[in-house]
Design a protein around this ligand. Structure first.
Ligand code: PMP
Length: 372
C-alpha cells in the first residue's frame, strides 16, 4: 500500500489582483504618452527639423560595415567616453553614456531614491523626472516658478535644505518653458545645499550657456545631455552624464550592460567629429529662426510668446483654447504640443522651431486662426 503524501496547503485565501501588486504611487501615476499623428510638419517633440547631414551618415555606415555585427559592443564604451570628454571639456572617467538621457535620469535616480526620498523639482518641467522619482517611491517637492516662469532659486534652495532632499533637478533651458537658470543661482545652490544639483542641458546648444566648467569646483553637480535635439539623432537614442568620477561609478551600477548599441555609438562619435562643420551651422540657423519667429509673433494678435533660450517656444493663446489651436493646425497637417495639462500652463501650447519653410507654414496657420 502506498502512503498518501500529505502536502502543506499553500493556496492564499484572498487572491490579490494585478493592481494590488503594483506600488500605490505607481498606480496613481499618469503614463508618459504621446499620440502618434503623422503630419506634413512636425513641431511637437523639439527635434532637429534638419535630418543628420549626409556626410555623417555616410561615415557611420562605412564604420558599421567594417564592424563584426556578431560581437557585443564594448563593455565600457571607452572611445566614445573619451570623445565626449574632449567635446564637453570634462574628464573621461566622469562621463557615463546612456540610451538617451532618459535612461541616465532613471539610473541616477535609481541609485539615490528610496521610499520617501525627497527630490526638488520646479514644475512645469520635463515630466520624466516626476515619473521616475515617484516610480522609485520618492517624494517630489515641487517649487513652482515665479509669475514670469523663471526659477525661484531662493525658494528651491530653502525647500531643498528644509527637506534634506537628495537632489534638485533643474532643466536649463527648461522644457517646456524655455527659461534658463543663472550661473550665480547654480553656484549658490551648490554652496549652500549639500545634495546633488542636476542640470539637464538637453537644449544647451541653443542657449550659449552651460555648466560644465563648474564640475571641477563642485563634485555634487551633475550635467545631463542628449544627442536627440541639436545633434539630430533622436532616432538613435544617445545621452550622456557628466559628473564626479565617484558618482559615475555608483550610477553605472544601475545601468544595464550593453545599454548602447554600436550603431548609436558610432553615430555619436562621428556626429561629434563633424559637429563644427555639419551640425553647428544648423544649430545657428535654428537660433536665427527662433529670433525671426519672436519678431513675427509681435505682429500676431491673440498669441503671447514666452521668450525662449531653446529650440522650442511656449505660447499663451489669448483668444482660443490650446486644444483649438492644436486642432486648427492639425487640419493644416502641422503638429504642435498642447501643454495645457502641465501645471500653470492651462492656456499654453508649445512648438519647436522648424525649417524656415515649416516656420512660414506654422505662422500662416496661426494667422488664419487669429483672423477667425
Ligand atoms: N531632458 C529633457 C529636458 C528633454 O526634453 C528630453 C526629451 N524630450 C530628454 C531629457 C530625453 O531625451 P533623450 O531622447 O536623450 O532620452
Amino acid at each position: 500500500m502506498r502512503k498518501a503524501v500529505l502536502t502543506q496547503p499553500f493556496r492564499q485565501f484572498t487572491m490579490r489582483t494585478i493592481q494590488d501588486l503594483i506600488k500605490p504611487k505607481v498606480r496613481k501615476l499618469a503614463p508618459y504618452t504621446l499620440t502618434p499623428h503623422r503630419t506634413r510638419i512636425k513641431l511637437n517633440q523639439n527635434e532637429n527639423p534638419f535630418d543628420m547631414p549626409e556626410s555623417v551618415k555616410t561615415e557611420v555606415l562605412h564604420r558599421l560595415a567594417e564592424r563584426e555585427w556578431s560581437r557585443y559592443p564594448d563593455f565600457i564604451p571607452v572611445q566614445l567616453q573619451e570623445t565626449l570628454a574632449r567635446f564637453a571639456g570634462w574628464r573621461a572617467d566622469g562621463v557615463l553614456v546612456g540610451n538617451g538621457s532618459n535612461e541616465l535620469i532613471q539610473n541616477l535616480l535609481m541609485v539615490m531614491v528610496a521610499e520617501g526620498t525627497p527630490v526638488v523639482l520646479s514644475e512645469p518641467t520635463f515630466t520624466v523626472y516626476r515619473l521616475m522619482v515617484e516610480t522609485l517611491g520618492g517624494e517630489v517637492v515641487n517649487i513652482p516658478p515665479r509669475a514670469d516662469l523663471s526659477y525661484d532659486l531662493a525658494a528651491i534652495g530653502e525647500a531643498a535644505c528644509r527637506t534634506n532632499a537628495a537632489a534638485v533637478i533643474l532643466c536649463s533651458p527648461n522644457n517646456p518653458t524655455g527659461v534658463t537658470v543663472s550661473e550665480a543661482d547654480v553656484r549658490r545652490l551648490l554652496a549652500e545645499f549639500d545634495g546633488l544639483v542636476v542640470v539637464d542641458e538637453a537644449y544647451y546648444e541653443f542657449c550659449g550657456q552651460n555648466f560644465v566648467r563648474l564640475l571641477a569646483e563642485f563634485p555634487r553637480l551633475v550635467v545631463l545631455r542628449t544627442f536627440s535635439k541639436a545633434m539630430a539623432m533622436a532616432g538613435l537614442r544617445v545621452g550622456y552624464l557628466l559628473g564626479a568620477p565617484e558618482l559615475v561609478i555608483e550610477v553605472n551600477k544601475a545601468k544595464l550592460p550593453y545599454n548602447l548599441n554600436f550603431f548609436s555609438m558610432a553615430a555619436a562619435t562621428v556626429a561629434v567629429e563633424q559637429y563644427e562643420t555639419a551640425l553647428k551651422p544648423l544649430v545657428e540657423l535654428l537660433i536665427a529662426e527662433r529670433h525671426r519667429l519672436e519678431t513675427a509673433f509681435q505682429e500676431l494678435p491673440g498669441f503671447r510668446l514666452v521668450p525662449s533660450a531653446a529650440n522650442f517656444m511656449l505660447v499663451e493663446a489669448l483668444r482660443h483654447t490650446p486644444k483649438e489651436v492644436f486642432e486648427s493646425l492639425l487640419a493644416e497637417s502641422i503638429l504642435i504640443r498642447d501643454v495645457s495639462r502641465y501645471p500653470l500652463l492651462e492656456r499654453y501650447f508649445r512648438f519647436n522651431v522648424g525649417t524656415p519653410a515649416e516656420n512660414d507654414a506654422f505662422l500662416a496657420g496661426l494667422r488664419l486662426l487669429s483672423e477667425r
